[in-house]
Design a protein around this ligand. Structure first.
Ligand code: COA
Length: 417
């Protein structure tokens, strides 16, 4: 393996659950020395949530905390706070995602941290921005999806707002914070000074919902949205409706049934009618007469009976598995993919080869599957290792900070670590 890009960067990972840990885990994959600072009483809550093996760290924890070290310490004691301050003086980055005000209550405000170490970059996740009327709220994934515009625009028009299975509020916010921290590290090269980088989960969700804000503006101007199933036969109100499985751009698409859908909940493909590929699409689905038929040959003509067209395509799909269908359609350059189940993803050999799904060893659990690094570099391959046990590196870290064996023993005896 080549030199790790972030080697030498010291990160204090004062995070929990998913948003913060997702950010710091990727810093660790890129080579930073990431020290997870956890409560002595159980550590990060995800160590205990939804355990599949008694007394062994849950997969929720192991999948978000690989390549890190763990220091278990009560930072609310004077001795614990002193350790934190020593760590801060020596670190490049501190990341936290506690409830609003928790860092201040611990005596670790941004102002104090900046004074202790002006070079340190302070990354912070909250549910909402500081000036939001909801700034005081504690926030989890689905709360953010609802506040960021994802839920009101996801699902079907005759059903309630729906949240996505993708962690738009959690891991997505962590990735936004990662971008901010790396940018602040580059800025520090020029200025020599660190800064506070804040990301709200509401903003991170909204950033992925930008086309829905586009649609709101179009709706207010036009009164309709031509690519939505509600057009032209349904009705629009003054706000963006839920569009089911419609495509978000100018290319209509839908999830279509394939052979076996009656018993297999994932026997479907996503089928896109790409405007510039209409002729070959007709060829692919064996409807050559549609190519020049005025009722079919333009986007506008198709939209009024788009679901009849999808019904016809489903008839063509009826004797094909999702894989057979995609194998045919790819020859005609139809943008499409099978709907893959998590089981298919877990055992997909291509995802294993690319390192997108990896098997990792854990000291107590044995081997487990986790999502690997989604960013591929030409000169560096992240090596993913297991997550640390609670407090596994406490003594090592205290020694690095200059504490002698007697003092470390005393800190243990007093319950500080
Ligand atoms: N030693 C001593 N105390 C510690 C500690 C340590 N090592 N680590 C944390 N604590 C304390 C905090 O200071 C806080 O104390 P306080 O409430 O007296 O100020 C307490 O533990 C609980 O902190 P926290 O985990 O933030 O609270 P919570 O479990 O009630 O709330 C969240 C959890 C996720 C809802 C909340 O942290 C939050 O809204 N975070 C911001 C948004 C976010 O990241 N959400 C999660 C996305 S995955």
């Amino acid at each position: 393996m080549n030199q790790q890009p972030l080697s030498g960067i010291k990160v204090i990972d004062f995070t929990g659950v998913q948003a913060g840990p997702a950010c710091t885990q990727m810093l660790a994959w890129f080579g930073a020395d990431v020290l997870k600072v956890e409560r002595t009483t159980g550590g990060d809550v995800t160590r205990h949530q939804l355990r599949d093996i008694p007394d062994v760290d849950a997969l929720y924890f192991t999948m978000l905390n690989s390549n890190k070290r763990s220091l278990a310490i009560n930072t609310k004691t004077p001795e614990g706070k002193e350790v934190m301050e020593k760590l801060i003086c020596d670190a490049d980055v501190l990341v936290e995602n506690f409830a609003p005000g928790a860092m201040d209550r611990m005596g670790l405000s941004w102002e104090h941290i900046h004074e202790l170490n002006p070079r340190l970059i302070f990354g912070s996740v909250k549910g909402f921005n500081e000036d939001s009327p909801w700034a005081d709220l504690k926030v989890y994934e689905n709360v953010a999806q609802c506040a960021g515009g994802a839920a009101s625009t996801t699902g079907f028009w005759d059903g309630p707002p729906t949240v996505s299975a993708a962690a738009l509020g959690d891991s997505n916010t962590g990735m936004h914070l990662l971008i901010g921290i790396l940018t602040a590290l580059m800025a520090r090269e020029k200025t020599g000074v660190g800064q506070k980088v804040s990301v709200s989960m509401q903003d991170a969700v909204l950033n992925l919902c930008r086309v829905k804000l586009r649609d709101q503006e179009r709706l207010e101007r036009l009164g309709y949205l031509e690519e939505y199933p509600q057009y032209p036969n349904g009705t629009f109100t003054d706000t963006v409706p839920r569009g089911g499985n419609a495509g978000g751009g100018g290319q209509p698409g839908w999830v279509l049934k394939c052979k076996g859908w009656e018993t297999d909940p994932n026997a479907y493909i996503y089928f896109t009618i790409q405007e510039q590929n209409w002729e070959r699409t007709c060829e692919a689905i064996e409807r050559p007469e549609w190519v020049h038929d005025p009722a079919y040959c333009t986007v506008e003509a198709r939209q009024s009976h788009i679901f009849d067209i999808f019904d016809e395509i489903e008839k063509w799909l009826a004797d094909k598995t999702k894989y057979e269908a995609v194998d045919t359609l790819r020859k005609y350059e139809v943008p499409c993919a099978p709907v893959l189940s998590m089981k298919e993803i877990a055992y997909d050999p291509a995802l294993r080869t690319s390192g997108s799904v990896v098997e990792v060893e854990h000291k107590e659990r044995g081997s487990y599957l986790t999502v690997g690094c989604p960013v591929k570099f030409s000169d560096f391959a992240p090596q993913i290792t297991g997550s640390p046990l609670l407090g596994e590196h406490t003594d090592q870290v205290l020694t690095e900070l200059g504490y002698d064996a007697d003092t470390i023993a005393a800190l243990h005896a007093e319950g500080v670590v």
